[in-house]
Design a protein around this ligand. Structure first.
Ligand code: ADP
Ligand code: MG
Length: 574
């Protein structure tokens, strides 16, 4: 310790790390290089967990999942220029999902700006489209207050991504310790409540509904509103439908869950309460023919600008979902009411659920090989631990998987989300596995990937093995994008032609041994073609909590979803 404290110096890197620590940041993902290595080292020295990934995009996905799962931003640390640009995909995905994420990018030295510096790029401007807040501190002394503002912007109001730019020359710049004032940790987001008359009006609209429906979105999951929403469902005996990541806020096997009659429920409900779910493509914009033209929407959202998008709502409840749900519960405590369980609406929904479930089960019981999606997911569902995280991406893999694989806990499903992003899977799985390791050891992460989706961030398998995260990756392999071809048809199709000329754009190499990607790094790989092999490999991987594994599951290359009343994705039949 120098006797004269005014001479004690500290580097920009250490100031950044201390500022993050002060704001409660616990996890940092990234790919280091010049000029950010020192920042990662300084963060690690302060006890912030640093996870080195193989591509900035995946690092950014991982950091954003931490934000969604914990309510505090994870940091994604990247180098200048290309590093930052690779991270933009992750920022966009987080911002679209309304998830907190703090990206910290090194940038070129200030005194070389506009001169064609190494990896020079207008990073603050580039990040603006992908974030709520994007800024460069004007000095090392300004770093703590800018980081505080970024973290506060991450979690206040509608959550989202933020960017802080760090010029290379700040990183090793030494400044006097006494010149740095660390801004106190920002306060928890203030909780807003809806106007009282709007709450009474909402309650009265619900009371008068003939065919009510609650839609539970990932906003409700983020808001930790599970207890109050469940109370509302049970007290008023209302049917509910989770959105993909709203699954588990109230368990999928709850008797009031009408997930298996999704289209029917949307199409005929006369009053719909939206808890943190936007009327975007996922909910078919709230418009006919997927909804009644006279359906009354009650929107609950923290973001005023969201209210009234695409439809004219009957009632808007601006506020925090958990607080607003409590307000609604108080209304129903004052004048108790419940929706009659013997209504025609419940009967319609139950019948539709039964017939949809029967159709899936029939497909699942098909004995022919290669297997179809339903067969695969029924066997997976049979063995899944109830408390596991389910991460999923792909086209059919994700859509069909969602209908069969059950979530029993909130914030335990992570998928392609609002932006429909492919490549999120391994990053999300890594984040979930790190949290599981820290907070509930033994809890498993199952990452259900299409073969195409797996390819986007496939090298993160090395990250998984390096940190020895016992993630189970399932690659549901149909040799292609949407659909593929079996080996013989592919060969026949190409005949004497070169693949670069004749291979159909949707094709991937038939019978690829993706399981060898994980064995290369010491994980366990399985190649399975039959239900028995699938069951056995699942048994083994679930029993072994010490090792990452990948099960490559060959399915019928032309397998599809069962017939739909409406197609989930396409806009053509809107
Ligand atoms: P989904 O994909 O499940 O339909 P969306 O991402 O479309 O969900 O919608 C989530 C909504 O939740 C966003 O409009 C967001 O503003 C809102 N939201 C996020 N956190 C809260 C909160 N604490 N209280 C109220 N609304 C919230
Ligand atoms: Mg595929």
């Amino acid at each position: 310790e120098p006797s004269d404290r005014s001479e004690e110096q500290v580097s920009g890197a250490k100031v950044i790390a201390q500022a993050l620590k002060t704001q409660g940041v616990e996890y940092m993902f990234g790919v280091v290089g010049i000029p950010v290595i020192e920042i990662a080292v300084a963060a690690q020295e302060l006890g912030i967990r640093y996870i080195g990934m193989r591509n900035e995009q995946a690092a950014c996905y991982a950091a954003s999942a931490i934000g969604y799962l914990t309510g505090r931003p994870g940091v994604c640390l990247v180098v200048s220029g290309p590093g930052l640009i690779h991270a933009l995909g992750g920022m966009a995905n987080a911002n679209m999902n309304c998830w907190p994420l703090l990206v910290i990018g090194g940038s070129s030295e200030r005194n070389q700006e506009t001169m064609g510096a190494f990896q020079e790029f207008p990073q603050v401007e580039a990040c603006r489209l992908y974030s709520k807040f994007s800024a460069r501190p004007s000095s090392v002394e300004a770093i703590p207050s800018v980081i505080e503002k970024a973290v506060r912007s991450n979690i206040y109001g509608r959550p989202g991504a933020c960017y802080v730019d760090i010029p290379a020359d700040f990183v090793n710049l030494l400044v006097n310790v006494n010149s740095i004032k660390y801004t106190e940790c920002c306060m928890s987001p203030p909780v807003s409540m809806a106007e009282t008359p709007a709450v009474s009006m909402a309650a009265s609209v619900i009371r008068n509904a003939k065919q009510p429906l609650l839609i539970i979105g990932k906003g409700a999951a983020y808001a930790h509103a599970e207890e109050n929403i469940r109370k509302l469902v049970e007290q008023c005996k209302l049917p509910f439908l989770p959105t993909p990541m709203g699954k588990g806020v109230v368990p999928d096997n709850h008797p009031n869950c009408v997930g298996a009659a999704r289209s029917r429920a949307l199409q005929f409900a006369d009053v719909i309460v939206l808890f943190g779910a936007r009327l975007n493509w996922i909910l078919h914009f709230g418009l006919p023919p997927r909804y009644r033209p006279d359906v009354k929407f009650i929107q609950v959202d923290i973001c005023a600008e969201e209210l009234g998008n695409n439809v004219r709502p009957a009632v808007t409840l601006l506020g925090d979902i958990n607080a607003v749900t409590k307000q609604l519960l108080e209304e129903f405590d004052k004048i108790p009411w419940q929706y009659p369980p013997e209504s025609k609406w419940w009967k319609t929904l139950r019948e539709k659920m039964k017939s949809n479930e029967a159709a899936s089960e029939e497909l699942a019981s098909t004995k022919s090989l290669p297997m179809n999606y339903y067969t695969v997911f029924y066997h997976v569902q049979e063995q899944l631990p109830r408390d596991c995280f389910i991460v999923s991406e792909g086209a059919n893999t994700m859509d069909i998987g969602r209908t069969v694989l059950q979530n029993y806990l909130p914030r335990h499903r992570l998928d392609a989300g609002t932006f429909g992003t492919m490549g999120i899977g391994l990053g999300f799985a890594i984040a979930a596995a790190i949290l599981a390791k820290d907070r509930s050891p033994g809890q498993r992460v199952i990452c259900v990937e299409g073969d195409s989706a797996f390819g986007f961030s496939g090298m993160e398998v090395e990250t998984i093995c390096r940190y020895n995260l016992p993630i189970i990756i399932l690659v549901v392999n149909n040799n292609g994008i949407y659909q593929g071809f079996d080996k013989d048809s592919w060969k026949e199709m190409l005949k004497s032609q070169d693949a670069t000329i004749a291979s159909p754009p949707v094709c991937l190499l038939p019978n690829s041994h993706y399981e060898q990607v994980i064995t290369a790094f010491g994980g366990k790989g399985y190649f399975v073609q039959t239900p028995e092999e699938l069951q056995e490999s699942l048994r083994q991987t679930l029993a072994d909590t010490t090792k990452p594994s990948l099960i490559n599951i060959m399915i019928e290359p032309q397998a599809t979803r069962k017939a739909q009343d409406f197609h989930w994705l396409t806009r053509s039949n809107m």
